[in-house]
Design a protein around this ligand. Structure first.
Ligand code: PLP
Length: 373
């Protein structure tokens, strides 16, 4: 089945009792047992499982071509679940440009818990190979990365990880399964912040982990959801499932818009550099062409000529685009990234990140043109 069809139908069966087309929201935290002690409804307690969460997990697994998905209350909870499925003393290799919240988990609580982490430039897979140690158990890839849209060759990274006995996890938040299917390229696990494109309307926080099979590792991920308690609410699951049917169409339109905006910015005299994998000059353009299909995504960033003050001044003058963090929603957002990421950030001070929404690209370009005039 094609992705568009899966997006409409996976996890969305007509309800047997009411014949409702749209799923009901099951708010009950607990479910009745039969006289013999069985659970005929298939659920015990909502932290363990819930009909809305089950439906969402089936849809997410189908979209990524996986066999199992585990949904979380946020993207960072999904990240924490994967990392806590490791054992103290295990070594993780992540990219030098990894979402700063992922880096914070790796270098904060989990370092104290005994996890070791190295950060390498993954644009060259040889750097991953050089960083592998006998205790490396996980290679964490984020491609395209946040915020400079760096590309990592998933298949090459997976081959290196597997040769050393490690799993390859890919944060697919920016690309979405519409543009990139990491499991098909050798990744063992896919992570999403479903807060972003999958939710798509800036009104729900969520995350998920997807894999081919319910192996030991995924059982530990599930245990973090159930016993760690990082479970999403039934309403959040319902909102996410409600958003999935339009995902392919939103992402494609956002990619087209981002391509036009990136081309406009690349030709602008006040722009020092544009980070967008769809531009032929982008260092990851060839890899993106190989492992992304149907577009390069709705995210881009650009460096304004000058420093932080000049970048802030451009952000201050936008009228249509909203100054806010986050991404993947229907409305375009612009953000001065370094000031959000804190003093240790590697992000350049003159960089603005743009999440291209579903407005007409002509209007976005006109807004940026007047902001930079
Ligand atoms: N991964 C990426 C690439 C992100 O951009 C984000 C959030 O911005 C996350 C993970 C974390 O997701 P959440 O904010 O839903 O916890």
């Amino acid at each position: 089945m094609k992705l568009e069809t899966l997006a409409v139908h996976a996890g969305r069966e007509v309800e047997p009792a009411t014949r409702a087309i749209t799923p009901s929201i099951t708010l009950s935290t607990t479910f009745e047992r039969a006289q013999d002690g069985a659970f005929p409804g298939g659920h015990i307690y909502t932290r363990n499982s819930n009909p809305n969460r089950d439906a969402l997990e089936r849809a997410l697994a189908a979209l990524e071509g996986g066999g199992i998905a585990v949904a979380f209350a946020s993207g960072n909870a999904a990240t924490s679940a994967v990392l806590q499925a490791l054992t103290p003393g295990d070594h993780v290799i992540a990219s030098i440009e990894t979402y700063y919240g992922t880096r914070a988990v790796l270098t904060g609580a989990l370092r104290r818990w005994g996890l070791q982490a190295d950060f390498v430039d993954m644009s060259d897979p040889a750097n991953i190979a050089r960083a592998m140690r006998p205790n490396t158990r996980l290679v964490w890839v984020e491609t395209p990365s946040n915020p400079r849209l760096r590309l990592t060759d998933i298949a090459a990274a997976a081959a290196i990880a597997h040769a050393g006995g490690a799993r390859l996890v890919c944060d697919n938040t920016f690309a979405t399964p519409v543009l990139q299917r990491p499991l098909a390229r050798g990744a063992d696990l896919v992570v999403h912040s479903t807060t972003k494109y999958i939710g798509g309307h800036s009104d729900v926080l969520g995350g998920c982990v997807i894999a081919n099979a319910n192996d030991d590792f995924m059982q530990r991920v599930r245990a973090y959801q159930v016993f760690g308690g990082a479970a999403p609410s039934p309403f959040d699951c319902w909102l996410l499932l409600r958003s999935i049917p339009t995902l392919p169409y939103r992402v494609r339109a956002q990619s087209e818009g981002a391509m036009r905006v990136a081309a406009f910015l690349a030709a602008h005299p006040r722009v020092a550099c544009v980070h967008y994998p769809g531009l032929p000059a982008h260092p990851g353009h060839a890899i993106a062409g190989r492992q992304m299909q149907g577009g390069f995504g709705g995210m881009l960033s650009f460096q304004v000529v000058g420093g932080e003050a000049e970048a802030m001044a451009v952000a201050a003058r936008v009228r249509l685009i909203v100054r806010a963090t986050s991404l993947g929603g229907v409305e375009s957002l612009i953000e001065h990234r370094a000031s959000v990421e804190g003093p240790d950030t590697p992000t350049p001070r003159n960089l603005l990140r743009l999440s291209v929404g579903l407005e007409h690209p002509d209007d976005l370009i006109a807004d940026l043109a007047q902001a930079m005039a």
